[in-house]
Design a protein around this ligand. Structure first.
Ligand SMILES: Cc1ncc(COP(=O)(O)O)c(C=O)c1O
Length: 452
């Protein structure tokens, strides 16, 4: 093993900018070799081997940096679930998976957005997680609730009996007339993202204020399925539709008071919202009634490994620049995942282990019917064996579920400690787009939910 270490050092030492991913991509067998020697590597090399294993299914490129020796993916960070490990182990049922949400983390993230000095209103996009306690926590922290269906509006009202309708923003897409009619009768804010409602049902909007969603044509986000802008995207009005939208609004006796963009999810560059703000402000110059620019959501979140998420201070600096350039507009944002992703974990029990010539598999009792993000978006979620959190990884494994689909895999090439049937596996950043996207596929119920 000492030789293997020297060999890898020799190889990487030849080109200091060499990407470990490129190197591993040469052959699955090399990754397999890493699984055997990973724990024998030293310092930086060991860290990089683990980073590579974790980053591989997210498509992230980990570039070799000899000075970056100190932090590795498995280095303890102040994550709530490390502190609450004993509680989580006690909570995990023996025979079914469970989502657990930490309301303190929800509150902290919601407060960060609600208190951004240069943001006028923050909204929680409740599609990310509609658990009633999560809704109450986000609302109590000062956020309004952004809803994309009338059922979400009903769920919000049920969770928060004295909910102020001024704190609901309804942003449906291709929904039926009846949903608009009901929402407007309730007195919520409404975003339209096409001309059709104004053309076909002008009477609905009589004397109402509306916001228009605009397609900025530049898709953003961590995967094409979460990109919500671009020439062939179903969301938003194209710039060429805006003149017609104004005349339709005039004929319907409604006022266009705001403009909105949501270009995608998992955006890690704070300058994105500055660009969106400038784009909308330029359009707003031609529209005298505009007083709101809604910059959307899509804020990336931290992974223990891989790219870091949005830094609130850097985001606020973008908003401050917008505010000073365009002081007449109220700035709104509507993040979902940022508020809840880190607050949730998915807990599951190990069901079976398998070793093949090329891979190790760890089977768990949660499947893609509980968390579909890895299958749908190739999303990266950190995964640990919570039962053996402090044990040294000795192999690299595929973490898979019981659903009859090859895509039923939570993580590829993950360093894991010796693992046994019944161990509790924790999938991190599971608070957003987890249970809400669950299904009964294979007639398996999705994970239930609990808060701590
Ligand atoms: C209109 C709109 N706003 C906000 C969001 C929230 O996005 P995220 O959870 O990435 O912040 C979405 C997500 O799809 C959306 O469609």
């Amino acid at each position: 093993m000492e030789n293997a270490h020297n060999w890898i050092v020799l190889k990487f030492g030849e080109t200091s900018e060499k990407s470990l991913q490129d190197w591993c991509a040469l052959s699955k067998r090399i990754k397999h070799l890493l699984s055997r020697i990973g724990s024998m590597l030293k310092g930086n090399w060991r860290t990089l081997a683990r980073q590579q294993a974790n980053a591989s299914d997210a498509g992230d490129r980990i570039t070799l940096d000899q000075n970056d020796a100190s932090s590795g993916p498995l280095d303890p960070r102040p994550l709530w679930w490390r502190r609450r490990r004993d509680d989580l182990l006690a909570l995990c049922p023996p025979d079914r998976p469970l989502y657990v949400y930490d309301l303190e983390t929800v509150s902290a993230r919601a407060t960060t957005i609600a208190n951004l000095p240069h943001l006028d209103r923050g909204w929680y996009a409740m599609k990310a997680n509609g658990h009633p306690d999560v809704l109450r926590t986000a609302y109590a922290a000062g956020l309004g609730l952004e809803c994309v269906s009338i059922a979400e509006v009903h769920a919000a009202r049920e969770a928060i009996p004295d909910l102020d309708m001024d704190r609901i923003l309804f942003t449906p897409n291709f929904t039926a007339r009846a949903e608009y009619a009901e929402a407007l009768a309730l007195g919520v804010h409404l975003t339209l993202d096409g001309l059709y409602p104004l053309q076909a049902w002008p009477e609905l909007f009589d004397e109402h204020d509306i916001i228009l969603r605009v397609n900025p044509q530049t898709p953003e986000g961590h995967h094409r399925h979460v990109q919500t802008a671009g020439p062939d995207c179903k969301f938003g009005l194209h710039a060429g539709d805006l003149v017609e939208a104004q005349s339709l609004a005039g004929a319907a006796h409604c006022r266009i008071v705001g403009l909105h963009v949501h270009a995608g999810s998992g955006i890690n560059d704070p300058q994105h919202w500055g660009r969106v703000g400038r784009f909308l402000a330029e359009i707003a110059r031609q529209m005298p009634d505009i007083r709101i620019l809604d910059l959307g959501g899509g804020l990336g979140v931290d992974n223990a490994t891989g790219p870091q998420g949005i830094n609130a201070r850097a985001l606020d600096a973008e908003l401050a620049t917008l505010k000073s350039a365009y002081p007449d507009y109220a700035l709104w944002m509507e993040p979902g995942r940022f508020i809840v992703a880190e607050a949730g974990v998915l807990l599951a029990r190990v069901t079976q282990l398998k070793r093949t010539p090329d891979a190790w598999f760890i089977g768990i009792n949660a499947g893609m019917n509980s968390l579909i993000r890895p299958a749908l978006y190739g999303a990266h979620h950190d995964i640990v064996n919570l039962t053996r959190l402090h044990d040294t990884p000795d192999h690299i494994a595929e973490i898979v579920g019981p659903i009859c689909e090859t895509a039923d895999r939570f993580g590829a090439q993950r360093p894991m400690p010796p693992t046994r049937e019944g161990d509790v596996i924790l999938v991190d950043n599971g608070g957003a787009y987890g249970r809400v996207m669950g299904s009964h596929y294979n007639m398996r119920p999705p994970a239930e939910e609990s808060v701590i």
